[in-house]
Design a protein around this ligand. Sequence first.
Ligand SMILES: *[C@@H]1O[C@H](CO)[C@@H](O)[C@H](O)[C@H]1NC(C)=O
Ligand SMILES: *[C@@H]1O[C@H](CO)[C@@H](O)[C@H](O)[C@H]1NC(C)=O
Ligand SMILES: *[C@@H]1O[C@H](CO)[C@@H](O)[C@H](O)[C@H]1NC(C)=O
Ligand SMILES: *[C@@H]1O[C@H](CO)[C@@H](O)[C@H](O)[C@H]1NC(C)=O
Ligand SMILES: *[C@@H]1O[C@H](CO)[C@@H](O)[C@H](O)[C@H]1NC(C)=O
Length: 599
Amino acid sequence: MHTLIFGICIATILFAGHPATAYPLYDRADITVKHEWTQVPHNWELQGEAPSGHPINLRIGLKQGKLDELITTLYEVSDPFHARYGQHLTKEETEALVAPSEETFQAVHNWLAFHGVDISSIAYSPARDWLSLQLPLARVEAMLSTKYHAYQHVERRDTTIRTLSYSLPRALHDHIDVIHPTTLFGNMHDFRATSHITSSGATFDSIAASNGATVKGSAGQDIPISCNTTVTPACLQVLYRTDGYVPKAADKGNRIGIAGYLEQFVNFADLQTFFSMFRIDAVGANVTVISVDGGLNDQSTPGVEANLDTQYTEGLTFPTPNVYYTTPGTAPTINDSVTPPQRDEPYIDWLQFVLSHDDMPQTFTTSYGGDEQTFPIDFATRACNLFAQLGARGASVMFSSGDGGVGAGTCETNDGTNRTIFQPVFPATCPFVTGVGATFHIAPERGIDFSQGGFSVYFPRPAYQAAAVPPFLKNLGSTYAGLFNPAGRGVPDVSAQGEGFQVVVGGSVESVGGTSASSPTFAGIISLLNDFRISQGKPSLGFLNPLLYSVGLPAFTDITLGNNPGCGTPGFNATEGWDAITGLGTPDFVKFQEFLGKL
Ligand SMILES: *[C@@H]1O[C@H](CO)[C@@H](O)[C@H](O)[C@H]1NC(C)=O
Ligand SMILES: *[C@@H]1O[C@H](CO)[C@@H](O)[C@H](O)[C@H]1NC(C)=O
Ligand SMILES: *[C@@H]1O[C@H](CO)[C@@H](O)[C@H](O)[C@H]1NC(C)=O
Ligand SMILES: *[C@@H]1O[C@H](CO)[C@@H](O)[C@H](O)[C@H]1NC(C)=O
Ligand SMILES: *[C@@H]1O[C@H](CO)[C@@H](O)[C@H](O)[C@H]1NC(C)=O
């Protein structure tokens, strides 16, 4: 092995008032792989060379200085038995915990300067834990000892420039968590499992359609029988007992945020039509659309996902202000004549955007995700830790658990061995978010077959699941041994209805299903609970899971019917207590209010 010889020698560099530092020599023998795939990710195929002049907007996630303290704080402020419960952090307090150490800055700046990077051209996130800089592809390839290629998605036909592996000097592994874009291929999709267009013009008001026929819900409430297969806001209000609750904190800053990606656009006319059919008192109310990183909201292409999400969050939470975030792109597209600007992976863009503001909605819902194994573990870990920041700042974050049962498709591993294993979905597998599975029917509600659930390979079982999950595993015995990681975080945490939602799209009503419907529903109920807390002068609920798995348990209706087939198996069964298809069950708003009133 030989030592790299540099032609250019930049003698000194000054930053942050620190003394000049000599550059280290980076020994080639010391350059080790940071992340690699052993094969081209599923659904992508090699297309050819990447243009060497292609500009890359490189983002470097630096090791966060006091991440352990952030996580400890998150659990303390989210634990109803802890003295710090509800004492959420400010933006500045959170940033102080994630700011990298001076040593990390030195090491990374030295490495960049060694590669001829103009340090003054670097942009920083507010906490200075992300660097971004624009560089030609060839320079990035030299820095990361790799070669990028163009890959095409076999179904969508979009093209992205990525690499199967990247490397860094060994000494930098302790200072850099992740570099993007490298090995993260865009595999995110939204979870609309089964949408079909029903005849337009018909009215789907369940209450009216039921002709007064009802069945008793688990709390003895009368639920219109039509809610069994046709779901409207009125059905959810009765089923989860939010009917009769009048939000009081809409002018005290309570808000709900809906994250949208993949060019899913909220249609304003459809929202009004929806209100006129299903939530007449909300006619004239609106959703505020916030563009992240140039995201659009084209009114000529209404999105089923975007309309489903916003019609149901607002249908449940009106008059609480609703905020829709539109974030573009999962991956850059190569354009032969004009190279468009590189777009970054949208979760991190969205998270950075929201975290950069002093105020944020107290409740969020996201109906997007992808098989956990398709996210490089360094990227997934970093994004997951950003969700921890949202929680520490007092936000509750819901994610759909996915629509593939225990796994969609062939369920083969992508580590080169091609074993079959169950495929949980990220970000629902991140322990700092609340994963929402799907149910259908009423009296009783059942877990629906597509409701995705299982156990994370990347994230170990968090302490809050220490009591709830082992009985499920014990009951399962050796069934499916080797197909999942019994020590992993279990998903979903909770569930809500996810089939037969009446959604207005392009002027007509469609019946839509998926955990895409469940996450906005559960989030809508949490937003009303935040309203209840805030109107009593109490802090928002923040990161929910430690609460849900402890004092929150009695506020759930346990779902004990259904299973979620996938990967050539019948999947897991809904059982008494927590299970890997419906989690703890579905919410009872009145019971939630009862115990929250005492906290
Ligand atoms: C709900 O619909 C299913 C399927 O049609 C049916 O088996 C069940 O009896 C219905 N439940 C009620 C309460 O009507
Ligand atoms: C909702 O907001 C959008 C964007 O500002 C606007 O175009 C639309 O007219 C508004 N709708 C109502 C009913 O106010
Ligand atoms: C490339 O960009 C040009 C100019 O913006 C546009 O006319 C063309 O349709 C684009 N081609 C592709 C394949 O996107
Ligand atoms: C695994 O599957 C990939 C893609 O289908 C294939 O290229 C590879 O040869 C397979 N590996 C093994 C060990 O079967
Ligand atoms: C699910 O329940 C059925 C019926 O009781 C049983 O035969 C099956 O073994 C159970 N499956 C699992 C994975 O527990």
